[in-house]
Design a protein around this ligand. Structure first.
Ligand code: AMP
Ligand code: MG
Length: 485
């Protein structure tokens, strides 16, 4: 294979306790669902949508002469530490640097059993793989840091038993790194200081090279944790601003890259409900929408704790205590853009909070309401009014908003341009993904392709895609979807 991207073998520099060499299980009669040709081209990977690539991306042939492996890691799941996690149904298939010298890892999710599978079958189903594929590419288009999806293949020759029997699938996931907070916890809880040191040095060398030169110094570790705090503050601010709920913010699902990682029972908000729970098995709402900042902070504390051998508890605490402030700042900046505000004003937070409170009372659709703020310049702003039943309270808020806009001295064009790129015209609603999944399970990919093509241009309200702007029909609200994978 003559790729412009160059294969590298980095992960195997780590001690053998970090992984197990493993080949994919057979994946008979693979069929393409999708190949992300623009992404392959952008990264300089020479794969094309043909039989050779199908063999690679279904795990049957090596990728750029790399040897696949399953990573070992641990993690806090719903607040409880689980020492025995790891790639139970996915393999790191290859590592490469792209044409711009950026590192990437290719991971095949659904590649079969590994030593970390416990009682699992090592498989992923078409349903959850479609959800991951659509969400990764949609989030990338929204400008939210995320892992990417290179391909999606399915096999009807493998029967996967979940609540029903479902088609098997494999997603080729690309990420700058698959190192999770749980990798650090893995060595910390085993009290394996050599392993922990090797991991820390490896991470600095390959992902934070400017810190690696001073890897033995306190500053390098402080620098690493400071970046983690900022990246998570930015990431969760992006999620809150776009109305995304991850659903399973376990520490094994938090990447040190600060990218949205491991799409499971995630959801994009329809009607605004601050304590919305998108994961049906999250009975206590630990990962509810409005809990996400607090959980990110908690997860950072888990990561910071693993540095206790090198840094004092007081210092670690002070580093992660920067999170609330960093998050508030990042969030308010994103919300200012959503309101088309070009300058900062002390009252902005209250203006945002009062709009959100009104939206919660009126069960306003989260994305449609923000997009319809564009109509506020029109005399009757009917589109905005459509999202509220309490018109008196809305009129009061609009009056405050309009006087705030005056302080900016911005032109209508300036603020509308900002709002258009900050408020998506469409988001990937659960009921839409479900319709695409049901057709795909019957072998019809038309709706999947149509939905994907709309979701990669979320800020573009082309007439042809107008139907993707709808909130779910009533039957959608009551639908109890099982998103477990
Ligand atoms: P997840 O819920 O996808 O974040 O996975 C949590 C842990 O369970 C990880 O160690 C996964 O590798 C493992 N796991 C999830 N599903 C399966 C499966 N079908 N077979 C084997 N292991 C799995
Ligand atoms: Mg996971």
């Amino acid at each position: 294979m003559t790729d412009k991207a160059r294969a590298v073998a980095r992960f195997s520099e780590l001690p053998s306790s970090a992984y197990t060499r493993q080949l994919a299980e057979p994946f008979p009669d693979p069929k393409w669902v999708h190949f992300n040709e623009p992404l392959a081209r952008e990264l300089g990977i020479s794969l094309k949508q043909n039989d050779d690539a199908l063999s690679v991306l279904s795990g049957q042939s090596p990728f750029m002469e790399c040897e696949p492996l399953a990573m070992a890691y641990s993690g806090h799941q719903f607040g409880v530490f689980n020492p025995g996690l790891g790639d139970g149904r996915g393999l790191l298939y290859g590592e490469f640097v792209d044409t711009q010298n950026r590192p990437w890892e290719l991971h095949l999710k659904g590649a079969g059993r590994t030593p970390y599978s416990r009682h699992g079958d090592g498989r992923a189903v078409l349903r959850s793989s479609i959800r991951e594929y659509l969400a990764s590419e949609h989030m990338a288009a929204l400008g939210v840091p995320t892992t990417r999806a290179l391909s999606l293949v399915t096999s009807r020759a493998i029967q996967v038993h979940r609540e029903t029997i479902e088609p098997a699938a494999m997603v080729a996931r690309l990420a700058s790194t698959h190192v999770r907070f749980g990798h650090f916890e893995h060595y910390f809880y085993r009290q394996d200081l050599d392993g922990l040191t090797a991991l820390k040095n490896w991470v600095l060398k390959h992902h934070f090279p400017s810190l690696y030169e001073r890897k033995e110094s306190t500053e390098a570790l402080v620098g690493f944790l400071t970046i983690q705090v900022q990246r998570n503050a930015d990431l969760v601010a992006d999620w809150q601003a776009v109305g995304f709920c991850h659903g399973v913010m376990n520490t094994d699902n938090m990447s040190i890259s600060g990218e949205t990682f491991d799409y499971g029972p995630y959801g994009f908000m329809d009607a605004y409900q601050p304590d919305w729970i998108c994961n049906h098995s999250d009975h206590n709402g630990r990962y509810a929408f409005n809990q996400q900042p607090k959980i990110a902070y908690w997860n950072l504390a888990c990561l910071a704790q693993t540095f206790a051998h090198w840094l004092s508890v007081e210092l670690l605490q002070s580093l992660i205590d920067e999170f609330p402030k960093a998050f508030e700042l990042a969030y308010l900046n994103r919300m200012r853009s959503k309101l088309g505000l070009l300058t900062k004003h002390p009252e902005d937070d209250r203006l945002v909070q009062s709009l959100l409170a009104l939206m919660a009372q009126n069960q306003s659709d989260y994305s449609l309401t923000f997009r319809s703020l564009l109509s506020v310049e029109a005399e009757y702003h009917l589109e905005l009014k459509d999202n509220f039943s309490d018109q008196v309270a809305l009129a009061d808020w609009v009056a405050r908003y309009k006087s705030r806009l005056l302080l900016d001295q911005s032109t209508v064009e300036e603020r509308q341009a900002l709002m258009r790129q900050s408020n998506p015209a469409y988001v990937l609603r659960t009921y839409m993904a479900q319709q695409a999944i049901e057709s795909a399970e019957q072998g019809d990919m038309t709706e999947f392709n149509r939905l994907l093509n709309a979701m990669i241009f979320p800020y573009d309200d082309r007439v042809a895609c107008g139907d993707y702007q709808r909130s779910p029909p009533d039957w959608g609200r009551g639908l109890s979807l099982s998103c477990s994978s």
